[in-house]
Each structure stands twice: as structure tokens, then as C-alpha cells.
Design a protein. Structure first.
Length: 384
């Protein structure tokens, strides 16, 4: 039993039980099909909603479990061990749900949250742009004020669940611009099929098949005044308000991928014989296993340390950045060296290791690159 296990509450174990049932009964039978087809698994997302996994940190009043962020990370890690694509889909949905919970009006919360928690409605956050990255203060997307609402124009990239979502949180700069802020604000926009001028071009990527992302274009998209989330000028706070949680969640996904790869490697090393004995008895393999185990447990310690801080209302960027880049590195290291232990079989597509490797590779890029995370940690440590 680990220190983390000893600290878990009955509520944490309830979430783990819910997650295990979802993974075993719904996700595992669909994982390879999702990987091959690359289709958005809406039925799986709805099943995650039925299991309570889309509303772990949402209050019971809106249909959620009212759990803490540790519960969320435990669930995300477990899902990622089976399918990182579905875990990232849940992550993207959750970080569209939280701004509605934290900044929405009572009417917006009553209208949107129950459906988002149940999985009937999927969410996406559209922040990143081709020329601005994820910096809210450099956005080119604008929202022109009209007599009865706003008209949005601009381009967005890499929004998880973009195009398939039922509600998109679009971060844009209001015009005319307020005197006391950049006017960065967030607007609620429905699915492209239901909105004139909103188009989406899905990208194809190395890994995370079934996880939908790509380029969105808004060409004079009209929304009502009540599409504004929060207030004008509050967009930076809304967009960045969940950044510590998002990075810690990505760390949990990395731990899930790493754990799956590690377990595959250990099982294979015990079964596969070479030279009359299991390959796990060779020192070269033992060194890889030891390094995988140590890196993975170090990553989990940092991820759950950050999750506890967030659950206690004391999250900080240094802890979340440290957790993210360490878990990203551990996931890729474990996937790569599990393939090494498998030898040629690890490179075959009928084994899951090459999927783990492809899925792990993106974690050091999304949510802020590992280089950005290390700069953040160093800056905090040096007081810069």
C-alpha cells in the first residue's frame, strides 16, 4: 500500500469503483475500435457521464458527485491506462465545464451543467490561435458588440472536442475595447452544425486517435447577449483560472499511460524466455524496469501532491508545472522502454505499446510545453 492509498477516503474509493466499472464494462471493449476508426466515441462519453465521471468536481445540485480534485485525477489516470484518447476527451470536457460552474449566471448553470455532467452535452474550450498560441492577451479573435449581442470572427486551433462539442467556450477580444482592460472575454457558442459562419476542420495526429481537435473558424458568428460567460474583460481570469488543474490533469493522464506501459513490460519480462530463462532475470532489463518504476512513482507523487493542494484550495503553478513535465517525461520513458523490453514485438501494431508511445508523445507539448513548465518552475524557485 502506498502513502497515497493510505490517504484515500471512502469518497475516493467510490470514484475508483465507478471508474473501474466504466473502464471494464464500456471502455475496454471499445478501445481498439476507437483507435482504428478515429471516430469521436460519443456513446463512450455518455457512458462516462452515466458513471458520474464528467461531474466528479461538480456539485450534486447540478447532478455531479461533489468530489475533490484528487478524485478527478484518480479517475483520469485509470481511464488513461486504458485509453489516453478518452481520458483527454474527458479532460477537455471538464475544463469547459468548470468555467461555466465558476463564472456562469444561475440561468447558464441551470441550462448547461446538468447536460454537461450527464454527457448529453459535450464541452470545448477554444483559446489557442495560430498566431497567438494560448496567450489570451495576444488574441486575434474579436467580438464586435451589436444591439442585441455580439459577432465573433477569428481562427482557433487545437481545441479538444472542438467541432463535436455542443457548447464551445470561445475566448475573444471585445470591440470596442474597454478602457480598463484588454476586453478579453468568453462567449458560449453551440455546435458548428447549428451556427452560421462557424466551421471546423479536424486534424489528423500521430496519436490520441478518437480524441477530436483541429482548426475552427468563426466568420461573423452571431450570438445573443446572454452568450457572454462572466463579464467583459474577465476572459483572462476565466481562461487561466483552471490552468493548474489542467496541467495536473495532464500529469494524471501521463501517469496512466506510464502505468499501463510499465505493467505490460513487467508481465512480458516475467513470461518471455531467452537463453533458457525469463528476460526479466537479465540485468539490462532489470535496470530498465527499475528506472521505469522510479520515474513513474516520482511522477505520481508530484501529480497527487499538486492535486491535494488544489483540493485544499492551495494550488500553485510551480507544483502543477513540475507535475506535468515530470509525468510527461515518465509516460514517454515508460512507453519507449516497454517497447525495448518487448523487442520487435513492441513495434507491432497488434500490441498496445506503440499506441502508448504515440499517445504519450503529445503530453510534453499540449497544455504548455515541457520547456515552458521547466521555465516556470525555475522562475518560481529563483524568484524571477
Amino acid at each position: 500500500m502506498t502513502l497515497l492509498d493510505r490517504a484515500l477516503s471512502e469518497e475516493h474509493y467510490d470514484v475508483l469503483d465507478r471508474t473501474d466499472s466504466f473502464v471494464e464494462e464500456t471502455l475496454a471493449p471499445r478501445t481498439e475500435e476507437i483507435e482504428r476508426s478515429r471516430e469521436f466515441p460519443r456513446d463512450v462519453v455518455e457512458a462516462a457521464g452515466d458513471a458520474g465521471l464528467l461531474g466528479i468536481v461538480v456539485p450534486e445540485a447540478y447532478g455531479g458527485l461533489g468530489g475533490d480534485f484528487v478524485s478527478y485525477c484518480l479517475a483520469l489516470e485509470r481511464v488513461a491506462a486504458e485509453s489516453a484518447a478518452v481520458a483527454e476527451t474527458i479532460q477537455g470536457h471538464t475544463f469547459a465545464t468548470l468555467p461555466v460552474l465558476n463564472f456562469g449566471t444561475d440561468a447558464q448553470k441551470d441550462r448547461l451543467l446538468p447536460k454537461m455532467v450527464s454527457g448529453e452535452s459535450v464541452g470545448a474550450m477554444l483559446l489557442t490561435e495560430p498566431g497567438a498560441g494560448s496567450s489570451p492577451t495576444e488574441l486575434g479573435t474579436v467580438a464586435e458588440a451589436t444591439d442585441d449581442g455580439y459577432r465573433l470572427s477569428g481562427e482557433k486551433s487545437f481545441g479538444t472536442n472542438a467541432g463535436v462539442a455542443d457548447v464551445h467556450l470561445v475566448v475573444a477580444r471585445k470591440r470596442p475595447q474597454p478602457d480598463d482592460s484588454h476586453g478579453v472575454s468568453v462567449f458560449l457558442v453551440p455546435n458548428p452544425d447549428d451556427v452560421e459562419g462557424f466551421t471546423f476542420d479536424r486534424g489528423e495526429y500521430l496519436g490520441m486517435h478518437g480524441h477530436v481537435t483541429g482548426d475552427s473558424t468563426l466568420d461573423d458568428v452571431a450570438v445573443d447577449a446572454d452568450a457572454l460567460l462572466g463579464s467583459i474583460g474577465q476572459g483572462f481570469r476565466i481562461a487561466m483560472g483552471t490552468i493548474d488543474m489542467a496541467r495536473t490533469g495532464l500529469g494524471a493522464i501521463g501517469c496512466g499511460i506510464g502505468r499501463a506501459a510499465f505493467q505490460q513490460a513487467v508481465d512480458y519480462a516475467g513470461d518471455r524466455e531467452q537463453g533458457g530463462k525469463p528476460v526479466g532475470e537479465y540485468q539490462a532489463v532489470q535496470v530498465l524496469v527499475a528506472e521505469m518504476d522510479s520515474r513513474l512513482e516520482s511522477a505520481r507523487s508530484l501529480v497527487y501532491g499538486s492535486a491535494v493542494r488544489i483540493a485544499d484550495g492551495e494550488g500553485d503553478t510551480r507544483a502543477s508545472s513540475r507535475a506535468k513535465f515530470t509525468a510527461s517525461d515518465a509516460a514517454e520513458f515508460c512507453a519507449r522502454n516497454a517497447m525495448q523490453i518487448y523487442g520487435g514485438k513492441g513495434y507491432r501494431t497488434d500490441y498496445p505499446l506503440e499506441r502508448y508511445y504515440r499517445d504519450a508523445r503529445i503530453l510534453s507539448i499540449i497544455g504548455g510545453t515541457s520547456e515552458i513548465q521547466k521555465t516556470t518552475v525555475a522562475g518560481e524557485a529563483l524568484g524571477l
